[in-house]
Design a protein around this ligand. Structure first.
Ligand code: SF4
Length: 239
């Protein structure tokens, strides 16, 4: 059984004519939480995980991501590579059929659960050089394996519970940070304690641009994270 991609309105690379729905599934999800794919989950992200809430509410979503997780955890490295490669090959064919830019969001839900899984993604990202991938992770072991791949925008997700680790990784690898605070002012203050250059507030989270419109999904219109242009701030309260 193949892995199943998800349609995510905020990140899709192709919207329908009315600008309301994703017409290409360009995201991949796994069940979240420490018990599943998020070994680096923090006390902060576990309380507000938006994707994790969707899993609980929609059985169809839960079934898809659970099946993805079960398939990936029941095979070894080469099995994982084959599953991911098949999914991305299918995605590329979808994009070519519709003339869409090849932009793929890894983990709209969930995270890198072990090193073997990271290596499988690394192999597939290198193979599909015509696809631009982006991902946020709290799994610190993934950073040295995925940093500086030309077609991958890699972010370490930070909050008040893991910020020391985040700054250490930034110092060591130069990784971009996606920093979640209770509000933008707090995030800005936390950030400026560490570096002069501020992080960019996510314009969708900050209600400056819509999640989806005829112009495209928020992430494609903004494209900050898609190409790892800057450190990004998110606010749990959207204020
Ligand atoms: S900053 Fe831009 S690309 Fe990043 S999550 Fe927000 S809308 Fe998407």
């Amino acid at each position: 059984m193949p892995l199943v991609r998800s349609k995510d309105r905020k990140v899709t690379n192709a919207v329908n004519k009315s600008g309301t729905q994703a017409s290409i599934a360009n995201a991949f999800g796994l069940p979240s939480g420490k018990a599943f794919s998020c070994p680096g989950a923090t006390s902060v992200c576990e309380t507000i995980c938006y994707a994790g809430r969707l899993e609980k509410v929609f059985k169809g979503i839960r079934d898809v991501i659970t099946s993805n997780y079960e398939q990936l955890t029941s095979v070894g490295l080469f099995g994982k590579i084959d599953l991911l490669d098949e999914m991305i090959t299918d995605f590329v064919a979808d994009c070519e059929k519709r003339g869409a830019e090849k932009l793929f969001r890894i983990h709209w839900d969930g995270d890198f659960f072990d090193e073997e899984y990271v290596i499988a993604w690394r192999t597939v990202i290198f193979k599909h050089k015509d696809v631009q991938f982006w991902v946020y992770t709290r799994s610190d072991f993934a950073v040295p394996l995925l940093i500086n791949i030309p077609n991958l925008a890699l972010y370490f997700s930070a909050d008040s519970a893991n910020k020391e680790l985040a700054w250490q990784l930034k110092k060591q690898y130069g990784i971009k940070l996606a920093y979640l605070a209770k509000d933008f002012a707090t995030g800005k203050k936390d950030f400026n304690e560490q570096q002069e250059k501020s992080a960019v507030p996510c314009p969708e989270n900050n209600k400056k641009i819509p999640m989806i419109s005829t112009a495209g999904s928020a992430c494609v219109v903004c494209s900050q994270c898609v190409f790892a242009r800057n450190d990004i701030l998110f606010s749990a309260t959207k204020k």
